[in-house]
Each structure stands twice: as C-alpha cells, then as structure tokens.
Design a binder for this molecule. Sequence first.
Ligand code: COA
Length: 261
Amino acid sequence: MAAVYETLLVERRGAVAIITINRPEKRNALNIKTREEGAAALEQLQADDGVRVVIITGAGDKAFIAGADIGEFAGRTALTQRAIMLGRSLFTAIDVFPKPVIAMVNGYCLGGGCELALACDLRIASETAAFGQPEINLGIIPGGGGTQRLTRLIGEGKSMELILTGEIIDAQTALHLGLVNHVVPADQLEARTMEIANQMAEKSPIALRMAKEAVKLASRSNLDEGLRREVDLFALCFSSEDKDEGVGAFLEKRKPSFKGK
Ligand code: COA
C-alpha cells in the first residue's frame, strides 16, 4: 500500500514516480519532517522495481524549495545542528539513489533547495524559476553540499560569486552557467520533464545505475581510477539479461524491452 506523508505527495505515472514537496505556504522549505519523509519515500521507491525514474518538484507555482526551514535554525546549538546534519541525509539519499532523479524546478530554488537540485542527476527549470545560495545573508554558509556540488558543476569562479554574494539568478542565467539542463515555459515544464523521464525509463535499469555511478565518479576520483572503475561498471553490464536483450534487439532490428535483470 502507498505510504501517506504529511509533507509530501508521491504519485506514479507509469514507470515514473513524482515526489512533490507539499508545503506551499512555506514555499516548500525543508524542515526536519520533510527531510525524513523524503528519505523514507526514496527508500520505498528504490525497492519498487516498477519505478525506473523519480522526479522531485515543489507544490504550487511559486517555489521549488525555498531552502532549509529557517524557523528551525532559531535557538539551535552547534552540536544539535551538527548531529542533525550527520544523520540520515535527504541529499545523500538522492545522490546514491540507484535510479535517475530529476529536479523539476518550478520556482524559487534557494539554499537547501538548490542543494537538493544539485544532488539530483538532471535539473529541468521553468522560465519562472530562480536559483541561489543566499545562506550568506543569514550569517551562515551552504551546508548541504552547496559549496562542493555547485563548484564541481559550474566551476569555482561562478560558484564563489553566488555563494559570497547570495545573489539570486534567473533560469536563463542558470542555463548559461550550466546549472540547469533545460529551461522551458512554465506550462510546458511537466510535459518536458516527463518526456525526458520516460526516455530514461525505457532503458535498462541496470545500465542506468552503472552509468549514473560511472558519471559521478568523474568528479570524485582521479582520471586513472575513474577510467579503471568505468571498465568494471561497463563489464558488469555484461552479466545482465538486459545487455543480451539490447544487443539482440539491435541485431534483430527491433525495439528492446528491458526487464532490469
Ligand atoms: N524557511 C522558512 N520559512 C520560509 C522560507 C524558509 N526558507 N522561505 C519562505 N518561508 C515562509 C515565509 O516565512 C512566509 O511565512 P509566513 O507566511 O508564515 O510569514 C511564507 O513562507 C511565504 O514567504 P514570503 O517571503 O512571503 O514569499 P515570497 O513569495 O514573497 O518570497 C522567497 C519567497 C523564497 C523569495 C522568500 O520567502 C525568501 O527569501 N525565503 C528565504 C530564502 C532563503 O534564505 N533560503 C535559504 C535558507 S538557508
């Protein structure tokens, strides 16, 4: 039976699952409950073989996620904050999730929201989306991977500028920086994201998993180690029925049907 969450909506569209952060009155800010439920939802979706791709978005038309819930910061001690952040992390759960995760960015994508989008594999934004790491305005810094993932994605110069100024940029600027994969009109965001998700959902889940792991290695290992491990992941695909199906289908001039085995 599908789980019911207080802060999330989870729906299925064929092989694609959509998680919607559902706190529009707080611009979908991530409080502790949302983070816990997000990680729990991903755990469920990981175990469900029928789900091949996950999309994460925000409820309403204003925000994707406007960051960590700032209300929770008030009065919190350093030790408590550290313990919370070293516990089960939603960002890490997305990062290591063995299926593609797409951020469908429908509005403000700030602070922890931008960090969540950065932990995803692709970011598709509406023209109305806005991005930034405004933590510096609160006397703090990004703590959910922002200084690391943003820098790896768009380079040190631009990352430094965004993090030190707290500037909010529009979707076109984010596209120009390589922060997002595509920008589309707001009324086409869902259709375009679903199109990309369905394109991936038709592939072998095993190959998707190996590909995701291999690509992530590029920024986490040196070239020799990355190339070596790429060979291992490539070879591992040869143990799957999906590889026989993919190669067989090509040779027989038909469309493959991947089973994830
Ligand atoms: N944490 C907690 N509450 C937040 C929030 C956040 N990150 N972002 C927005 N909210 C709340 C507001 O406090 C307000 O609550 P209220 O109605 O109880 O007063 C509600 O969401 C609506 O916010 P509002 O500022 O009125 O909406 P807006 O559409 O005019 O502006 C933002 C949207 C996102 C530009 C603005 O809310 C903002 O700057 N938020 C903080 C962003 C931030 O610094 N994120 C990094 C956190 S580390």
